[in-house]
Design a protein around this ligand. Structure first.
Ligand SMILES: *Cc1c(COP(=O)(O)O)cnc(C)c1O
Length: 364
């Protein structure tokens, strides 16, 4: 394959040559000071993506994908004598429910249909009925449908009830607003290979620093214990061998984000792309799954157009150099998803939309 594929799947994303070249730096021992400096630099830059978080929060880096970060966050931060309420309206909410069972955490769930918003009324009811709930866990951007959940309202509920919020921000960190203090956010899970435009291999959890001083770890896992990482990473070291070359790339991707104007600039860029994709494909007759105002800026879900299977559309577009995404689980047969994260140029979006037009009207 010599043609560059444009990845319109929700991560891993296309990276720039700048980030790709960063992967090719010298070999390093993970116990050397150069490596520790690299880690400390990444931690500092990560926490500064949202400047308001810099003071009271700590970025913990993990070697693993986004799921690793979400699982480490829950395993470490839901206390043995605590209880969590999981707010679930999609695939990533389902995964959190499974993790809670796996780690034998005490939890209840407020579930909505995948195409529906999170059920805030029910969250309030449960909090009124059950004073043992210490944490609420939710997904910021539910990538399975493209819905940006109403965390502003959920966060307000958390603040008013003095309940800590844990968020899966794996597909939103770096491109959507995150209000750390206002939402009573105790921690959020993030990853390198989505809105941060790096390669897969490193993820992280942004944790309120006071947690480490006032509670002990609840993790029943050695690898996923954030306290162990917190302690060693004060000096820039990991308790295990981290993904060293991937760290070079992540630092470069963070520098690149700073150079382009930070998360707000990335947010604006994504907004232009996602609106263009929605408007053009709607003109071609496709229907979106959600109403316009509920979408994030990085992904749109569409009903499959009549007389096509997802595989036909995927394979035809792939021949033209574009990778799109389907549905998961129970909505597998119903939808297609088009993400617009990563190093994508306006001209790539234009060509993609032309290809989609050709596919619908000429079958190729
Ligand atoms: C992609 C994603 C994950 C999982 O990340 P992996 O890197 O695939 O493990 C978790 N949550 C959300 C919301 C995601 O979009």
């Amino acid at each position: 394959m010599n043609k560059k594929m444009i990845l319109l799947n929700p991560g891993p994303v296309n990276i720039t040559e700048r980030v790709r070249c960063a992967l090719l730096q010298e070999d390093l021992c993970h116990r050397d000071t150069e490596c520790a400096e690299l880690t400390l630099d990444i931690k500092e830059r990560l926490i500064s993506v949202y400047p308001k978080a810099a003071k009271d929060y700590e970025a913990i880096l993990l070697t693993g994908s986004g799921t690793c970060a979400v699982e480490a966050m829950l395993a470490t931060l839901i206390p043995k004598d605590g209880k969590a309420l999981v707010v679930n309206n999609g695939l990533y909410g389902e995964k959190i429910v499974t993790m809670m069972t796996t780690h034998e955490k005490s939890s209840d769930t407020v579930t909505s249909q995948w195409y529906d918003p999170i059920n805030l009324t029910e969250v309030e009811n449960r909090l009124n009925q059950d004073s043992t709930i210490t944490h609420i866990i939710a997904v910021h951007h539910e990538t399975s449908t493209g819905r940006l959940n109403d965390i502003a309202k959920l966060g307000k509920i958390c603040k008013n009830n003095n309940v800590a919020l844990l968020l899966d921000c794996v597909s939103s960190f770096g491109a959507e607003a995150i209000e750390f203090d206002v939402w009573n956010l105790e921690a959020c899970a993030i990853t390198a290979q989505k809105c941060l435009h790096s390669v897969p291999g490193l993820s992280g959890v942004i944790v309120k620093r006071s947690v480490f001083d006032t509670r002990s770890s609840a993790a029943r896992s050695m690898y996923l214990d954030l306290y162990a990482y917190y302690k060693r990473q004060k000096q820039g070291y990991f308790p295990i061998t981290q993904a060293v070359q991937v760290s070079y790339a992540l630092r470069e991707a963070l520098l690149e984000l700073e150079d382009m104007g930070g998360w707000i600039a990335r947010h604006r860029g994504y907004a232009i792309y996602s609106q263009k994709i929605r408007q053009t494909l709607q003109k071609l007759g496709l229907e979106t799954i959600l109403a316009e105002q509920y979408y994030s800026n990085m992904l749109t879900s569409f009903k499959l157009p009549a007389n096509y299977t997802y595989e036909q559309i995927r394979d035809t577009l792939k021949k033209s150099g574009f990778v799109i995404y389907g549905g998961s689980w129970e909505i597998k047969r119903d939808i297609l998803r088009i993400a617009n994260m990563g190093n994508i140029q306006p001209d790539d979006i234009e060509r993609f939309l032309e290809c989609f037009h050709r596919l619908l009207f000429h079958g190729v």
